[in-house]
Design a protein around this ligand. Structure first.
Ligand code: SF4
Ligand code: SF4
Length: 101
């Protein structure tokens, strides 16, 4: 059972536990920016990532870099899980608030 001190409440008074984002898989990220747009906090930043020359997925790609999302400030996350809801590549990993205590 979850530790009660990490539980929030819904408007109806039901318990709710934050699910904080703890990892982001940049190898799967396509830089679409959906998570950045829905996040109510200042957690994400879009950055350049150098392409691995051995990665066949980029054979037809002219640039040396791709844009990917990174966790700029994971400590500002409130655990709403909106980012995972909109991500088309399942990049985010979440950890429950009580598990991080
Ligand atoms: S769980 Fe919510 S607050 Fe945390 S990074 Fe995702 S969208 Fe932002
Ligand atoms: S929603 Fe997913 S694929 Fe799109 S930028 Fe965010 S982590 Fe990357």
């Amino acid at each position: 059972m979850s530790d009660v001190k990490y539980m929030g409440l819904t408007r109806d008074g039901n318990s709710w536990e934050p699910q904080f984002v703890t990892e982001l898989d940049q190898g799967s990220c396509i830089g679409c920016g959906r998570c950045y747009k829905v996040c109510p906090r200042d957690v994400f930043d879009l950055v350049e990532r150098e392409i691995d020359e051995d990665d066949d997925a980029y054979d037809d790609y002219d640039d040396d870099v791709v844009m990917v999302m990174e966790l700029k400030n994971a400590g500002d996350c409130i655990g709403c899980s909106a980012c995972s809801t909109v991500c088309p590549k399942n990049c985010h990993t979440h950890t429950s608030a009580s598990s991080m205590a």
